[in-house]
Design a protein around this ligand. Structure first.
Ligand SMILES: [Zn+2]
Length: 229
């Protein structure tokens, strides 16, 4: 059920040194193993970088992608609520201070295994959405309401990115969209006090807004700081 079958995966296959004799479909069907999550992360990064370049963000402005292998740790320049600056194999974070997206092997494998390729790529793209917010000066959230809007906007960015892949013919709808929907639903917050992400419906609506309309409508979450200028 790995249906990211055309240009993107063909390019990834080259990176991974796979033989292309059987065509990209065979690569997709082969799927990834848990020890190939660095390749999945790298492929995602290249696709998001293509998108960011099209948006006019390139070169030194681009974030670093730090892949954290199983059992490893990395020190970021951001601290979490408990004052910890350590990133680990379950991290999925963007740190604006060191302009780095941290992704752990375990979380990527977990989401790939459960929700599929497109869902796990959309999750990484969400972190790049936080990068775009940072570059475009979207203010850091100061309360729970703003946090949820901030998260929904990152989902909207992720949707616009998947829409970009769709336009390039790199998405196999509806399978890949089903994968994204499973991912968003599973990682949503329940509609309860103290939640810090959108509900499943909010996350899917935010993703769909970007998927169908591109990045411009994603500015509506924080209109004073549009994501495209
Ligand atoms: Zn987020």
């Amino acid at each position: 059920m790995h249906t990211f079958i055309n240009g993107a995966l063909a390019a990834a296959a080259l990176t991974m040194g796979c033989a292309l004799a059987a065509g990209p479909i065979a690569v997709a069907d082969a799927g990834y193993r848990s020890d190939q999550m660095a390749e999945l992360a790298e492929m995602s990064k290249r696709m998001v970088t293509d998108y960011l370049t099209q948006l006019g963000i390139s070169g030194d402005a681009l974030p670093t992608l730090a892949f954290i292998a199983s059992g490893q740790r990395a020190r970021s320049q951001c601290v979490d609520v408990s004052g910890d600056e350590t990133q680990n194999d379950w991290s999925n974070d963007y740190c604006p201070t060191d302009n780095t997206v941290y992704v752990g092997q375990n979380i990527l494998w977990d989401s790939y295994r459960q929700y599929g390729t497109a869902g796990s790529i959309s999750g990484l793209a969400h972190e790049y959405g936080h990068f775009v917010q940072s570059v475009m000066g979207v203010p850091n959230p100061r309360n729970a309401n703003e946090t949820i809007r901030h998260e929904n906007q990152a989902d909207c960015f992720s949707g616009s990115f998947i829409g970009f892949l769709q336009d390039r013919g790199s998405i196999n709808a509806p399978e890949d969209l089903g994968s994204v929907e499973r991912f968003l639903t599973a990682t949503a917050s329940l509609d309860a006090p103290g939640r810090d992400h959108g509900t499943a419906q909010e996350r899917i609506d935010s993703f769909t807004l970007g998927y169908t309309g591109g990045l411009p409508p994603c500015s509506q979450y924080f209109p004073a700081t549009p994501l495209i200028r």
